[in-house]
Design a protein around this ligand. Sequence first.
Ligand SMILES: NC(=O)c1ccc[n+]([C@@H]2O[C@H](COP(=O)([O-])OP(=O)(O)OC[C@H]3O[C@@H](n4cnc5c(N)ncnc54)[C@H](OP(=O)(O)O)[C@@H]3O)[C@@H](O)[C@H]2O)c1
Length: 300
Amino acid sequence: MSLAVRYSQFGSPDVLRVVDVDEPHAGEGQVRVAVRAAGLNAYDYKVRRGGYVAEHALPSGQGAEFAGVVDEVGDGVDDVSSGDEVLGYTSFAAQAEYVVVRAANVAPKPAGLDWAVAAGIGLVGNAARRSTDSLALTADDTVIVTAAAGGVGLLATQFARATGATVIGTASEPNHDLLRSLGAIPVAYGDGELERLRAAAPHGYTAMLDNSGPASVRIGLELGIAPSRINSIVDFDTPGIGNVGGGRKSRAELVELARQTVTGELVFPILATFPLARVADAYRRFEERSGPGKIVLTVP
Ligand SMILES: NC(=O)c1ccc[n+]([C@@H]2O[C@H](COP(=O)([O-])OP(=O)(O)OC[C@H]3O[C@@H](n4cnc5c(N)ncnc54)[C@H](OP(=O)(O)O)[C@@H]3O)[C@@H](O)[C@H]2O)c1
């Protein structure tokens, strides 16, 4: 037997349990990973609350990303070995002692890369990379990144800055110094946001990377940004804007995110870690949300 997170009804973190399950084993083309850390994502709790995915069978596991050590290799796998330290993707299964995935879903973890960072960067990195690329930003752009201190926002801020664009990031006050250190101009969200954004870029804006939702997109439109230059990973209803988010995950992309993080090219703070047994507390902290960076479970 081995431990895994499960829930049998939709709801708050209170429904989360860590239970004994049959130990999974690697089949053909698969590897088994002894998990050392597993990232938390908003997607997890949106699904767990029951409103996000049309059909989601219960009982369910949880967690889409992990880092750990390969300890079983199935037939036909010749590019991953037992003992390899890896980071990877899965669906509803990462928060467990063991996860079984296709070999192509894992990438080598650089020796110097922290387990928590390795477990937390994949999903938000994929969404931030694809959303930023979708706007083909250049040094001529002035772009608003909303929720710039969140998991996706921090990386989108850095990817956007790397194009030479001027980046204005919305975040609460305690996160402003971090955004400044990444080369962005911070602006507080909430009452008066539109006026503060106007004042922060008197020449106006050319693009928006939205990680927050319809209210933020509305502000972008009021600031005169063309809908075709707004990409949102949260607002799927406003007509005319882009919705390029997570997708087409690959080993090559994980390798690149890991390289950029371990070399310090990307800053990726870890806000908190919790042991697997405290998964409910970890999500309570995550769903209350204060402070920048990623929350990650550690195993065992
Ligand atoms: N479509 C996709 O493929 C995709 C992929 C990944 C994520 N997402 C979605 O994108 C969103 C962000 O994900 P995440 O992982 O970055 O979440 P996260 O790490 O929880 O960050 C959320 C951030 O939202 C900020 N925030 C709260 N209220 C705000 C407001 N009114 N205006 C602007 N910012 C506000 C907070 O900023 P402060 O900390 O500064 O207060 C917080 O840092 C989630 O809804 C998630 O489900 C979509």
